[in-house]
Structure formats: structure tokens, C-alpha cells
Design a protein around this ligand. Structure first.
Ligand code: MG
Length: 158
């Protein structure tokens, strides 16, 4: 059996916060505002995994109003989620992601970002892809006020 999941997240970008993607800090003047560390890509992948397995969503598992998740390491949350999915017999086949922001450019950091996600999901790099896009200057993302991530994840189970 195979199942597909979709994840989407957006975070405001503010000065004085690190710009994190899959746990990697990219050089940037602004970073993601969030109750956790704000890692928009880790959150979108987490939601795609949970959706594919039919388990729920990131807000149910890690409620923002729960102080336990303040400044939480989002890659740690992804690891916890992956374990729940794996415990139910699911194995990721591949993950494909889009990160939308005006700056920084994603391409120079793409391979380490892929490796970071692949390591958590026990996948080869080839099974994890990450594309950077801009929003052509339009809307809050285009104005550099936010960063958005979209993810699809395929799971299989014997
Ligand atoms: Mg989020």
C-alpha cells in the first residue's frame, strides 16, 4: 500500500532570529518567528508525514500553546514524528519540497538541506529533493516578510 501526504507552512521573518531550514542556519538578515525554532521546512515535512500516515497534524502533536515546545528543535520534532510513522509500519519512499522566499537563495545550501532531511527519514539523498523559488516580489513572501514551504511525501507499507 502507498499513501501520499501534503504539508504546507509559513512563518513570518523578523530580525534577530536564525533563518533555519531542516536545522541548517542560512546566512540571512531575518529569521523565522515561531513558538518553536520556526523551521518552516521541518514543519512542512512533519505535516506531510503525519498526513500520509493519517495520524493528524503538527498542531495536534506539538500544540503551540504547550510551553514544552517553546524554542523546540523542529528537526527533533520531525524525528519524533518519523518514529511514530515508522512504528505503524510506514516507510518513506520520497519527499519533494519547495521553499519560497526572496532571500537567501536556497540553491547553494540545497545539498546539505537534502542530507539533513534524508538522515532523519533514513532515505538516500536521491529520495529527498528541495527546490528554492521566489514569489516574484508579490505579497508578504515577495516582500521578504515571510517564508513558505510546501512538501509532498510518499509512504509505503508491506
Ligand atoms: Mg510552523
Amino acid at each position: 500500500m502507498i499513501r501520499i501526504g501534503l504539508g504546507r507552512d509559513i512563518h513570518r521573518l523578523v530580525p534577530g532570529r536564525p533563518f533555519l531550514l531542516a536545522g541548517l542556519e542560512l546566512p540571512a538578515e531575518r529569521g523565522e518567528l515561531g513558538h518553536s525554532d520556526g523551521d518552516v521546512l521541518a514543519h512542512a515535512v512533519t505535516d506531510a508525514l503525519l498526513g500520509a500516515a493519517g495520524l493528524g497534524d503538527i498542531g495536534e502533536f506539538f500544540p503551540p500553546e504547550d510551553s514544552a515546545w517553546r524554542d523546540a528543535d523542529s528537526m527533533g520534532l520531525l524525528k519524533t514524528t518519523y518514529k511514530k510513522v515508522k512504528d505503524r509500519g510506514w516507510k518513506p519512499v520520497n519527499v519533494d519540497c519547495i521553499v519560497i522566499c526572496e532571500t537567501p537563495r536556497i540553491l547553494p545550501y540545497r545539498e546539505p538541506i537534502r542530507d539533513a532531511l534524508a538522515a532523519v527519514l533514513e532515505l538516500p539523498r536521491e529520495a529527498v529533493f528541495v527546490k528554492g523559488k521566489t514569489n516574484e516580489g508579490m505579497g508578504p513572501v515577495g516582500e521578504g516578510l515571510a517564508v513558505e514551504a510546501l512538501t509532498v511525501c510518499l509512504l509505503e507499507r508491506e
